[in-house]
Design a protein around this ligand. Structure first.
Ligand code: RAM
Length: 330
């Protein structure tokens, strides 16, 4: 018995000594505003593509069920406990996430924001899909292009704390007086990137503003809800729905005339870039500092501004001439 115990003990020690080294796989969490949003699913596809290209990278795709900062804070805390290597987050609030993300950085976790940013003190770098002023101008132009005499427009946004939508709306407000003086922005309402709430808000807009000419929804969730409401209420031709839309989800509303045109950037490239950047910061191959240029594989490169923000490509417009083609991609 003694001998057997000794043998077993030796075997155990040997097993420990010869056990293969723990996997060197890097774990990068892609934290989204909420699950069930096809825009983020497309970004996830790009993230997977980057992980495969880099090799030895695991993408943990996660997010709350509703687009709230509280839900994301819980997730970040759990990712800290899991000791992931990097967190790439599209934030539901620029400030509320800062303490949790600082804790992550204090523990050596690389933190970047993408799509919807975190304040500079809560991340190393922020990747915007495009130039903020350009997006703001684009969403108004999309409506103005089809209102030669001008008209009343309303914005149906995502959550009231979303960094990206709030920045775009502010930019839109700045662009109106100078570039679109005949456009009258009557109000901004919030559908929280939730289909039901967005539908109710769109109905509310139509009830409150009977002369509304266009609804601009700078959110892929809101724009579908608004176009569905206009369709269901037989208001096609009266209210033009526009904004930022995923062609695969939105094609039906270009086809039925509820919308003339919408815009977006490539969400696959955005997710791909977020993983490429998080990986390079985590290995030390790249450093997040003002003026730095970071290569992002097939997508090209980005250059950081004074607050370590970078922007990707210009938004692309979709209408009856090209939505079919793009709807096959994302
Ligand atoms: C929704 C989200 C996302 C935004 C797009 C345009 O899917 O709010 O953050 O970038 O719309």
């Amino acid at each position: 018995m003694q001998l057997l115990k000794k043998l077993l003990a030796t075997a155990a020690v040997t097993a420990i000594l010869v056990a293969p080294a723990a996997s060197q796989e890097m774990r990068i969490a892609l934290v989204v505003k909420s699950l069930g949003n096809s825009f983020f699913d497309a970004a996830h596809r790009g993230a997977q593509e980057a992980a495969e290209e880099i090799g030895d990278v695991e993408v943990i795709y996660t997010g709350p069920t509703a687009a709230t900062a509280e839900g994301q804070i819980e997730i970040v805390n759990s990712l800290i406990n899991q000791q992931v290597d990097a967190i790439a987050i599209s934030a539901n609030d620029p400030d509320a996430l800062v303490p949790a993300l600082r804790r992550a950085m204090d523990r050596g976790i690389t933190v970047i924001s993408w799509d919807s940013g975190v304040a500079p003190e809560g991340r190393q770098l922020n990747l915007n899909p495009s130039d903020t002023a350009l997006i703001g101008e684009t969403i108004i132009k999309l409506a103005a292009d089809y209102l030669p005499e001008g008209g009343d427009v309303a914005i149906l946004s995502a959550s009231s704390t979303a960094t990206n939508q709030n920045a775009w709306i502010e930019a839109a407000r700045e662009a109106i007086p100078e570039k679109f003086p005949d456009i009258n922005l009557v109000t901004v309402v919030y559908g929280d990137d939730d289909s039901v709430k967005s539908t109710n808000e769109a109905r509310g807009l139509i009830a409150s503003y009977p002369d509304l000419d266009a609804i601009i929804a700078p959110t892929t969730v809101g724009v579908v809800a608004a176009a569905q409401v206009v369709t269901d209420m037989d208001l096609i031709g009266q209210i033009n729905v526009t904004g930022l839309a995923l062609p695969s989800e939105f094609k039906q509303f270009i086809d039925n005339g509820a919308s003339q045109a919408v815009a977006l950037w490539n969400p696959i490239d955005l997710g791909y870039s977020a993983i490429q950047i998080a990986h390079q910061l985590s290995t030390g191959e790249a450093t997040a500092e003002p003026g730095a240029t970071i290569a992002i594989g097939r997508v090209g490169e980005i250059t950081l501004d004074d607050d370590n923000n970078a922007a990707m490509a210009a938004p692309f417009q979709f209408d009856a001439s090209n939505i079919e083609e793009f709807s096959q991609i994302y």
